[in-house]
Design a protein around this ligand. Structure first.
Ligand code: RIB
Length: 279
């Protein structure tokens, strides 16, 4: 089985759960608070590791309490953090409000994520995964590392509009939602997956809609990261693309049933059970 390499962001997520999102200038009483490990890159690494992949993570963190906590958390999931560099400045933080309907609002204070450099070629990495919460140069370097070692290169250009469309189209696999697809302006990678939230996902240009698996959603934050990380784990295991996508979709349907991002990433046995139940 190949290894999954992830180059991406690492944040402490500070969640406030509210009945409804506030209007500008409005003060509301929240229902509960949750500090939880997050960041799109780290979420995808954890999702892949819990799905059974051997994972290494390249990124940056501050020399502060959040940085220590987040590194320890990745280690507990068995992730190789040798390429997670301590840098001067604060660890990334995301302020996330989630309302009862599941709708959210996120503000990311990037901190150390702005200092991420590309990964060095990793032993036995068969698929490199990256996103758009790190500098463009680090995304380019991840692609170059994949090319230099013959690995597959997967990009999830989230948040939308941060990466040049022609860079995204140079990857082997792109996973986008509708706004990220629009930002590509018609450019595609050889494999382009369009995620449709509660409606499911499809392989562009002409794959059928694969319906989302039924779920009791309480918090959809990080669902896309569950799909990407677990799909990458499936590809590293040798699954064909559509099967790996369904594997990732099963994980996303489980992730929305719990609060937080990394705490909600499901273990392999639960993903397999949900795939089996959907047959
Ligand atoms: O995709 C969800 C993630 O986006 C959160 O963990 C938060 O840190 C932001 O980066």
């Amino acid at each position: 089985m190949g290894r999954v390499g992830v180059c991406g962001s690492l944040n402490m997520d500070v969640f406030g759960y509210v009945e409804r999102l506030p209007h500008p200038g409005e003060t509301l009483r929240g229902r509960s608070l949750l500090y939880a490990p997050g960041g799109k890159g780290a979420n995808q690494a954890v999702a892949a590791a819990r799905a059974g992949a051997d994972v290494s993570f390249a990124g940056a963190r501050g020399r502060d309490g959040f940085g220590e906590t987040l590194v320890e958390s990745l280690r507990r999931d068995g992730i190789d953090v040798t390429a997670l560099e301590p840098v001067n400045g604060p660890t990334g933080v995301a302020l996330i409000l989630v309302e009862e309907s599941g709708e959210n609002q996120i503000v990311v204070i990037s901190g150390a994520n702005d200092r991420v450099r590309g990964p060095a070629p990793g032993d036995n990495v068969s698929i490199w995964v990256t996103q758009a919460e790190i500098p463009v140069e680090a995304v380019v370097a991840t692609l170059e590392t994949a090319r230099a070692s013959g690995a597959t290169a997967l990009v999830n250009p989230a948040p939308a509009g941060r990466l040049p469309a022609d860079l995204v189209a140079r990857f082997d696999i792109v996973v986008v939602n509708e706004s990220e697809l629009e930002a590509l302006g018609g450019q595609r990678a050889p494999v382009t997956v369009l995620t449709l939230g509660a409606a499911g996902a499809r392989l562009l240009p002409d794959g059928p809609v694969l319906p989302a698996l039924p779920a009791q959603a309480v918090d959809t934050t990080g669902a896309g990261d569950a799909l990407v990380g677990v799909m990458a784990a499936g590809l590293a295991e040798g699954m064909p693309v559509e099967r790996a996508l369904r594997f990732g979709m099963a994980a996303a349907s489980l992730a929305v049933e719990s609060t937080g991002c990394q705490p909600a990433m499901p273990p392999r046995d639960r993903i397999d059970a949900r795939v089996a139940a959907a047959r």
